[in-house]
Design a protein around this ligand. Structure first.
Ligand code: UDP
Ligand code: MG
Length: 309
């Protein structure tokens, strides 16, 4: 018999915990037919509502429910890592608790593994129900990543993914502190089958991501999977040296023809402001990478467990 670990990160999701369970066990006949055992591993990411109580209630009913509870909110990336680390299955699947990752898709995903794939990933082809500004920036992010990163990161990819133990172990071997799982999935490789579906709106509760959080997360993604921004300073530097050289030639020639008209301080101020802007921007990029390196060097644990069931 094989064991499937269903890993579900939860942060303030008291309403969704049991709803998710009900929806998941609708696949029971399929699991039985496949002679597959299931463990449902809820990772409580330091919720402040009744999420933990809800999970415990479920566990009283069904011993296949397990829980890892964090000492505080560490973020979804940490929750996914902890889930993979605590999972025991030969197969593992990561799912959101809000039913945006439809459990009804699981049987199809599992049958793809039988056909020799190591991993079955999902992406949504629409972003219906999402604020247009958010969709726009998300698209821009993926387009940028395609240009500046060697790692494949799919537009619209979800974290909803089924994997073999081999792939789980590969992911666990990447112990970086600044985690960007969408990139990590691509980085470890393995044969991946992509399934597509229309966006599903959240069943209960509300999203934990606002625009600013997503923006910072996208910076994490860029610094974790590309070093191209670090080259920007050099490129701009060379470009400006070339420009300066042309300007010097221009001014020498003008001086020889027209004499010495001392004018042009407004343009000088504009140029100085522009250049110092560019310099600060480049220093900022350096700062981004430095701060990530700083956090990495500290080797802090990715998460801390408070309770385990
Ligand atoms: N989540 C988490 N820790 C966090 C934020 C979110 O474990 O700090 C979980 C959340 O409970 C949900 C999943 O990550 O199961 C996806 O979050 P959400 O639905 O808010 O994101 P969205 O679908 O809006 O991108
Ligand atoms: Mg969601």
């Amino acid at each position: 018999m094989s064991l499937l670990s269903v890993i579900v990160p939860c942060y303030n999701e008291e309403e969704s915990v049991s709803l998710f369970y009900e929806e998941l066990i609708k696949n029971e006949p399929f699991f039985q037919e496949k002679e597959m055992e299931v463990e449902i591993l809820y990772v409580d990411d330091g919720s402040r509502d009744r999420t933990v109580e809800e999970i415990k209630k479920l566990r009283e009913r069904d011993k296949r429910v397990r829980m890892v509870s964090f000492s505080r909110n560490f973020g979804k990336e940490a929750a996914m890592y902890a889930g993979l680390e605590h999972s025991k299955g030969d197969l593992a699947v990561l799912m959101d608790v809000d039913l945006q990752d439809p459990p009804a898709l699981l049987p199809e995903m599992i049958s793809w593994l039988d056909q020799g794939y190591d991993s079955v990933a999902t992406r949504r082809v629409s972003r219906k129900g999402e604020p247009p500004v958010r969709s726009f920036f998300a698209r821009m992010f993926y387009r940028l990543m395609k240009k500046i990163s060697k790692t494949e990161i799919m537009d619209g990819a979800r974290d909803y993914r089924l994997m073999t133990r081999q792939m789980v172990d590969a992911i666990l071997s990447m112990q970086e502190y600044n985690r960007f799982t969408k990139g990590i999935f691509g980085w470890v490789g393995f044969r991946t089958k992509w399934l597509e579906y229309e966006n599903v709106e959240r069943a209960r509760g509300e999203t934990k991501w606002n625009f600013w959080k997503l923006f910072l997360y996208s910076l994490d993604g860029i610094t974790a999977f590309s070093t191209v921004p670090l080259m920007l300073a050099s490129v701009v530097g060379v470009l400006f040296c070339f420009l300066a050289f042309l300007m010097i030639l221009f001014i020498i020639v003008r001086k020889m023809i027209f004499g010495d008209p001392v004018s042009g301080w407004p343009s000088l101020v504009c140029i100085m402001l522009f250049l110092s802007g560019v310099q600060f921007f480049c220093t900022g990029i350096l700062g981004q990478y430095l701060s990530k390196t700083y956090m990495e060097v500290k080797k802090r644990p990715i998460y801390l467990v408070k309770e385990e069931l």
